[in-house]
Design a protein around this ligand. Structure first.
Ligand SMILES: Cc1ncc(COP(=O)(O)O)c(C=O)c1O
Length: 444
């Protein structure tokens, strides 16, 4: 639809929230992203075309999944129940198939299908959980830098305030993991209460967006203990939980002198079984199907799951999607193959990026997982300000076609850091993008 064709009234007829929403794009780089998608790079037809690496898309294994899905739709008749209403929190078959997937691939421990509730992508899971756990004007603490869209997901409808907890300033400080501890949480709590709000939710993303860091089991346990003692809801978003880089690979091993083992919060939750601990997941990233819109909450808080079911009618996933994905999830051999191929390809893409960044002398945080590399381009800033940062980001795009994620909204104080999505392009295009960036830095 062409938005220019819609009549604009001189005075808004919308609610206050509606007016604010009409003026607040979900992401600052949305328009330029669509422009880049319309002008894609091609080695012969469009060598100066765009190489979008700003949106967290994972295209590394789509053909494998597509073939499996096409087999499902070719070989199976659509069951009748698909055409009717179902449980708004997810149909039982899909909940069971997903519980078994989480058990085998992430938690390593039994998952009760009744502890899961689904809705349309992590975006809606974040929104739903926030408004069910917190009241408007309550605060959710998120270690910075973090996913910019959390602000809108927790803010627009739930009315929850985002607090960017500054855990560090320089990339170097991440070398032993994301430096969060209970002293920093205590300090945030005092700060929030002094402003007249309540610290109601703590959100950790592991593997992290954008740093690629992970939280150690010890950190997760200590943080869980502190949250429970303070009656604060701790949610761990493991949307990148199976996007793990092989840090034992000989080419990169040296980057991890103190390797951290990824332990899913789901495993820890199964021991605690506490109503203040929750887990988010989505199929958008590890499976690379952001367009399917499948997200889930896992919690031992029965009241929360019931509230989710009762309030979630407008957020339910289509039964067709649930049916197709149940068939895929029930094929255990396929999942094994899919994730082992994915992990290999993810590591290969990471190696391409890491090698180029080393050559360019651009500092970056060695990623444990996620679809990202978080890099420090500050030495190229003409001025250390939001404007300087935007100017450099745009200059990189205009001169190379490489669209990085602008840092605006990540909540980090230091200027000149950008996120690169390493899974949105195939590996030959990824190499082209890195070569173009290298040329850019040589000319700077
Ligand atoms: C940390 C985090 N949470 C949630 C989302 C949104 O996921 P979904 O596409 O499932 O709504 C993203 C997408 O980039 C993300 O990085």
């Amino acid at each position: 639809m062409n938005s220019k064709k819609i009549a604009k009234m001189s005075q808004s007829s919308l609610s206050q929230k509606g007016q604010t929403a009409s003026e607040s794009p979900a992401r600052v780089d949305m328009e330029i992203y669509f422009e880049a998608l319309d002008n894609p790079y091609h080695p012969t037809d469009n060598p100066k075309g765009a190489l979008p690496m700003n949106v967290a898309e994972n295209h590394l294994c789509w053909e494998m999944l597509r073939d499996r899905i096409q087999q499902v739709t070719r070989e199976h008749e659509i069951p009748d129940w698909v055409a009717s209403y179902g449980d708004p929190a997810g149909i039982p078959r899909f909940r069971e198939a997903t519980a078994s997937f989480l058990e085998n691939h992430l938690f390593g421990t039994h998952v009760n299908p009744d502890s899961l509730a689904f809705s349309v992508g992590a975006t809606s899971v974040i929104e739903m959980t926030s408004f069910l756990l917190a009241d408007p004007s309550d605060t959710a603490v998120i270690p910075a830098p973090s996913y910019p869209v959390y602000t809108g997901d927790i803010g627009v409808i739930p009315g929850v305030i985002r607090y960017d907890l500054q855990t560090h300033e320089e990339l170097e400080e991440l070398k032993n993991g994301i430096p969060i501890n209970t002293q920093k949480l205590e300090q945030a709590k005092k700060d929030i209460e002094a402003k007249g709000s309540r610290f109601k939710i703590l959100i950790l993303t592991s593997p992290d967006n954008p740093t690629g860091g992970i939280y150690s089991e010890k950190q997760l346990r200590e943080t869980a203990d502190w949250c429970i003692a303070n009656q604060i809801h701790l949610i761990v978003n493991e949307i990148y939980g199976l996007s793990l880089i092989d840090i034992s690979h000989p080419e990169i091993k040296e980057d991890y002198p103190n390797p951290i083992e990824f332990v899913s919060f789901g495993k820890i939750m199964s021991e605690y079984q506490n109503p203040y601990l929750h887990f988010w997941y989505s199929f958008s990233k590890d499976f690379g199907v952001s367009g399917f819109r499948i997200g889930l909450l896992h919690s031992f808080n029965e009241e929360l799951i019931q509230a989710y079911r009762n309030a979630g009618l407008s957020h339910s996933i289509s039964n067709y999607t649930q049916w197709v994905m149940s068939e895929v999830l029930e094929d255990k051999a396929f999942l094994e193959q899919f994730f082992s191929t994915y992990r290999e390809r993810l590591t290969e893409s990471y190696l391409i990026v890491r090698k180029s960044l080393k050559r360019m002398n651009i500092p970056f945080n060695p990623s444990f997982g996620s679809l990202f590399v978080w890099m420090d381009w500050s030495k190229f800033l003409s001025e250390e300000s939001a404007e300087g940062e935007e100017k450099l980001w745009m200059e990189i795009y205009q001169q190379t076609g490489v669209l990085l994620t602008p840092t605006n909204g990540f909540g980090h104080k230091k200027k000149g850091l950008y996120r690169m999505v390493i899974t949105s392009l195939n590996q030959s295009k990824l190499q082209v993008a890195m070569d173009k960036l290298e040329d850019f830095t040589k000319k700077k």
